[in-house]
Design a protein around this ligand. Structure first.
Ligand SMILES: C/C=C/C(=O)SCCNC(=O)CCNC(=O)[C@H](O)C(C)(C)COP(=O)(O)OP(=O)(O)OC[C@H]1O[C@@H](n2cnc3c(N)ncnc32)[C@H](O)[C@@H]1OP(=O)(O)O
Length: 265
């Protein structure tokens, strides 16, 4: 399926996905929701794509819900088959979190509301110096407990900062985002792609199953009710990776002082 609201550039096992509605700061339209669901849904059975990079075209990452479109369709945002906009957009974040590929988000300019949640649902976050993010829902008269914000944000920055950000809708700028652990790195905007490429290279150097099992295991462990439950998930995933030929190759490569040649399992 070709997409109109974002582009997908395939580069050596990584998809570079660029939200592409710059005239409205990449605001989330109905069509974007449909297309993102299709794209992220397709990743579950895609062995060739091993990493996803998510970024925005123009001067911002994503300004959240397309307010103009929503205002014109005030109460009725239905999809065929009775899906609501709310539920269908929520599915995008769930797919981002559950798809096997790690997602690296590159934030420059504003990331608001549902756009902020794209950042939160990613696995690795890098901010440009211009980045500013907010739970803008509250400023529009909505609950800020939306699009996974109440799930992701406290886990990333703790309940104190999450409460402040969600209750006030204030922007968190790049330096504070780094200090609170919301992002891994802050770099000049012009260096975002090159910085991301470094992460992509590291991720692609891992064995494909090891990478998938790590994303899945970590995200399940975050929700696990006990140490024992988290370790049961670890044990299951480790049994699977240790049965893979890539584990034998990894050990052999270490012993022979060379880089491993991993295959896609
Ligand atoms: C389920 C999900 C819910 C949610 O996501 S709720 C949150 C919704 N989002 C927001 O409330 C953010 C709204 N936007 C803003 O507050 C500001 O923008 C920014 C701080 C992001 C950036 O401000 P600045 O740099 O001054 O740009 P600009 O002139 O406001 O915007 C450039 C053009 O983009 C349009 N635009 C910006 N955000 C949205 C949006 N969310 N929906 C639709 N259009 C948007 C504007 O109107 C304008 O367009 P024109 O040049 O024609 O006036």
């Amino acid at each position: 399926m070709g997409y109109e609201t974002f582009t997908v550039e395939k580069r050596d096992g990584a998809d570079w996905v660029t939200l592409n509605r710059p005239e409205v700061l990449n605001a989330i339209s109905l069509q974007m929701v449909r297309e993102l669901n299709d794209y992220f849904g397709g990743l579950f059975h895609d062995r060739d794509t091993r990493v996803v990079v998510l970024r925005g075209a123009g001067k911002a990452f994503c300004a959240g819900l397309d307010i103009k479109e929503r205002a014109e369709n005030r109460d009725a945002i239905p999809f065929a088959g009775g899906f609501s906009f709310q539920g269908y957009l929520a599915d995008v974040y769930i797919k981002m979190r559950r798809c096997p590929q790690p997602i690296v988000s590159l934030v420059h300019g504003a990331a608001c509301g549902g756009g902020f949640s794209f950042v939160l649902a990613s696995d690795i976050r890098i901010a440009g110096e211009s980045a500013k993010m907010n739970a803008a829902f509250i400023k529009l008269g909505l609950s800020a407990c939306d699009m996974g914000c109440s799930y992701f944000l406290p886990r990333l920055v703790g309940t104190s900062v999450a409460s402040e950000l969600m209750l006030t809708g204030r922007f968190i700028h790049a330096p504070r985002a780094l200090a609170t652990g919301l992002v891994s790195e802050v770099v000049p905007d012009a260096d975002l792609d090159a910085t991301a490429q470094g992460y992509v290279d590291d991720l692609l150097a891992a064995s494909p199953m090891g990478l998938r099992m790590t994303k899945e295991g970590l995200n399940l462990a975050i929700d696990a009710p006990s140490l024992e439950a988290a370790m049961a998930i670890e044990n299951r995933n480790q049994l699977m990776t240790s049965a893979s030929p890539n584990f034998r190759e990894g050990m052999q490569a270490f012993l022979e002082k060379r880089k491993p040649n991993y295959v896609v399992e």
